[in-house]
Design a protein around this ligand. Sequence first.
Ligand SMILES: O=C(O)c1ccccc1NCC(=O)[C@H](O)[C@H](O)COP(=O)(O)O
Length: 201
Amino acid sequence: MKVKICGITNIEDALYAVECGADALGFVFYKNSKRYIKPEKAKEIISHLPPFVFSVGVFVNENPEKVNMIASETKLNAVQLHGDEDLTYLAKINYPIIKAFGVNENFDWNVLSKYECNILLDTYSNNYGGSGEKFDWNLIPNEIRNRIILSGGIDVNSLSMIVNEIKPAAIDLSSSLEQMPGKKDHNKIKIFFEEFKNHWR
Ligand SMILES: O=C(O)c1ccccc1NCC(=O)[C@H](O)[C@H](O)COP(=O)(O)O
């Protein structure tokens, strides 16, 4: 199970998360987010990451040409589309895509079969993401559990259920590891990865 830490805004948090075991880092290029990072700053951080750490840019309903431009300039490995982007939009993107879906009790699970890219399930939120809230993971159909990226309110206390019951391909978390939006708490990161390794390896 891979772990992505999202909402990275500074080099100290990036390197510490990687040192503790993060496989991927997320950079939020959505200006309305409290975790927004300018592409130039993300580029600088990404240039200091060790090999084999995956860099993901998070976008919400951004102009697709701008997504491609930022992905190229900052050297992203993938783009996470966290808004209302449809298949026509996705066809304009030149980079590996993670399509995020906001889940609530009314979510139409059939829609996922139309998407061939990686799927991230997050809690439905008017702000699109980074809510720190869980959705009801029991709603996730069994047949897709092992290929999704699970997200939304994941914290150290979620690990038992994630590892033993949901068993997703990857998890993605942000809020539970923060001091405040955009600044990670290194002690929380350390404890999270210690517990993750206890549960998973
Ligand atoms: O983090 C944000 O502020 C954000 C805003 C708009 C779209 C996506 C955003 N973040 C993406 C993520 O951090 C994660 O993919 C996911 O939402 C998990 O967040 P959390 O519930 O805070 O662990």
